[in-house]
Design a protein around this ligand. Structure first.
Ligand SMILES: [Zn+2]
Length: 357
């Protein structure tokens, strides 16, 4: 199979975005794109290249005192009548244009063109970000080759529409259960209605005042919400059990244990069972490469509200942020697209930051 990532395409982040979009790579089908990316990188003399399954790592060994990671996932969500790419005016439409082949294009373009960057750079092109985390290329590499991730700072090239999104909020899910006593609804006074009891939990949620937390200039808005409710036995039975699933999105100044304690406090007196919790990540914008990156961007960072792989780096003690040309609101949408001007602006920013002075 011929490699569409020709030297001419690699030299232009816009053409490269299109070429990457046009290699179909829905999660778990990244073999072909990983093959093409690996082949390109192996042809570059200044890079050390390794592969683990469908994740490709390439790094410079210039001997700089600090190392940064540029990372992008190769997979996309399923196609939605939006493949291959098409150009309309200043926009490129197609699956993965925003999330995140335009970001991957930055990393690949810089990897082949910057032989002596200001920091040593590790480029990570990884598989399966859009699905269950056990398939995630970063998870696999963290287990199999943790040394590939060693760095002082990481940039994930996820869509942010050209602004810096720093840190991320944690997320916790729990089940709040109310119980009662089952009875025939014709003799309901003999029972205790667990769904009615759930009203207490819902009242606490409706009256809940979520925190707003500012860290390193980034504003994080928390939220505690019911995201599901389940109860009832039959049309003639007073129910003895009701379960409310709640989701707490918490600012990264709280640990998972503190987040859990907070949820238990909100629902004091009720049964609370933790389903899962993922830690947030502090913005970590004080490291030197991070400060210089912000200078190159020239705009104030904002808080990342969703959970992203930034948190995986944070868990390894590596400050990380998101920066990419795509509009995050268009990620996973059928009309997903990216602005050509945004691709060019971001490429120039990364060049300012990484090119030798
Ligand atoms: Zn993404």
């Amino acid at each position: 199979m011929e490699n569409p990532l020709t030297p001419e395409v690699l030299a232009d982040p816009v053409a490269l975005t299109r070429a990457l979009v046009d290699i179909e790579s829905v999660s778990l089908n990244e073999k072909e794109i990983a093959h093409h990316v690996e082949e390109v990188l192996r042809s570059v003399p200044h890079l050390d290249v390794q592969r683990h399954q469908n994740t490709v790592m390439a790094r410079t060994e210039v001997g700089r005192s600090q190392r940064v990671v540029l990372a992008g996932h190769l997979d996309t969500v399923p196609l939605n009548d939006n493949f291959p790419s098409k150009r309309e005016g200043d926009l490129i439409y197609g699956c993965g244009t925003s999330d995140m082949k335009s970001g991957v294009a930055y990393a690949l373009h810089l990897a082949v063109s910057l032989a002596e960057p200001r920091y040593d750079v590790t480029y990570l092109f990884y598989e399966a970000e859009e699905i269950d985390s056990r398939y995630n290329g970063l998870t696999l590499v963290a287990n199999a080759h943790p040394e590939w991730l060693a760095a002082d700072f990481a940039v994930l090239l996820e869509p942010t529409y050209g602004v810096v999104e720093a840190g991320c909020q944690g997320t916790l899910r729990a089940i709040v259960t109310t119980t009662g006593r089952r009875a025939h609804s014709a003799r309901s006074w003999r029972g205790v209605n667990a769904i009615h009891a759930a009203g207490e939990a819902l009242n606490r949620l409706a009256g809940y005042q979520a925190r707003t937390v500012t860290i390193d200039g980034c504003i994080y808005r928390e939220g505690l919400n019911a995201v599901g409710i389940h109860g009832g036995v039959a049309g003639n039975v007073v129910p003895d059990r009701c379960e409310i699933e709640v989701n707490y999105r918490f600012a990264p100044d709280r640990s998972p244990a503190e987040a859990e304690a907070h949820v238990r406090e909100v629902f004091a007196g009720l049964e609370v069972n933790l389903v899962d919790v993922a830690p947030g990540a502090l913005p970590g914008l004080t490291a030197a490469p991070a400060r210089e990156f912000l200078t190159a961007v020239g705009e104030e960072p904002v808080a990342k509200l969703g959970w992203t792989d930034v948190a995986r780096f944070a868990a390894l003690g590596i400050p990380a942020l998101n920066f990419g040309p795509g509009d995050p609101n268009l990620a996973h949408a059928p009309d997903e697209h990216v602005e050509i001007g945004k691709i060019r602006d971001g490429a120039a920013t990364l060049h300012r930051w990484l090119a030798p002075a």
